[in-house]
Design a protein around this ligand. Sequence first.
Ligand code: SF4
Ligand code: SF4
Length: 307
Amino acid sequence: MNLEELVKNAGFRAGYLLPVPQYEEWTRRRASGAFAPQTSWIEGDAVAAYPWANGLLLLIWPYAPYAPDAGLSGYYPASHQSYQAMRALREALAAEGVRTERAAVPVKTILVDWGLGARLDNDLIFLPGLGTRFVIQALMVSLPDDKLKFTPQRAPFQACVHCGRCQNACPGGAISSRGYDWQRCLRAYEEGPDMPPWVMERMTTLLGCEVCQDACPLNHFIRPRPMTDEEKAAFDLERLLSGDLKPALSLIGKNMKKGGKLIAQAAVLAANQKRTDLLPLLEAQAQKADGPLKETLLWAITKLLQA
Ligand code: SF4
Ligand code: SF4
């Protein structure tokens, strides 16, 4: 078995094989509220969580963002593709008798500690040659001893030039001389249909904010790509608000439907783009919705009626 070859065949740019991580300090910091709630599923102590594993495989999947006027983050479509690639890789490893499991570990901290990446002022990780435009998939693995060749640790490096462009561009004020504050980052509130009004007011893209990444000179070598006709049709706001989510979900994964997240984001974007033509669809959605989704739809309707 050639692990490197299997990783490449699955479509990943790189696969870093690292020792099973243990991060007590990270776990303590999370308990003190240092990280966004989305980190709640992560295991700080992978030795205890995956006692059968002898390695962690970090898989890197680069992507190009969409052109800025697309109104769609490129991250989730890439994440879905990389998830499918990871499944194919797991099957290939299983055929070689290697046990694997999707790993919930603090990947950003691990990449920095292992000297493979550098943390930027916007709290994102920079990888040489890829900027911050990549998805990481993580697998715990149990490899035969003769295949357990860890990626060499490197000296941590500095990549951020502290130019302040991300700070000036950030719509939430999450980046300052005091560091990155997840409580002011739009991304931290876009996991469900209930977003605070200040977040909704500032949303310009579906599926996440990429403003600081667009502004960062460390990403400027990555050319944005136009949306394909299939992507344009799938993420058309009229289609999403009419409830036809299937084409979009086939590109980003079914669990993005959870709790009406996609409809909620489409509603907010419709309001921010002053799409008064979509009011009837928003009203129809609001009539059948309840809870936080209904609140978000009503916010969008009110904003459009005042436009
Ligand atoms: S925009 Fe400038 S300050 Fe912000 S992360 Fe990039 S290099 Fe660092
Ligand atoms: S993702 Fe958006 S809100 Fe969060 S730090 Fe970057 S620019 Fe600011």
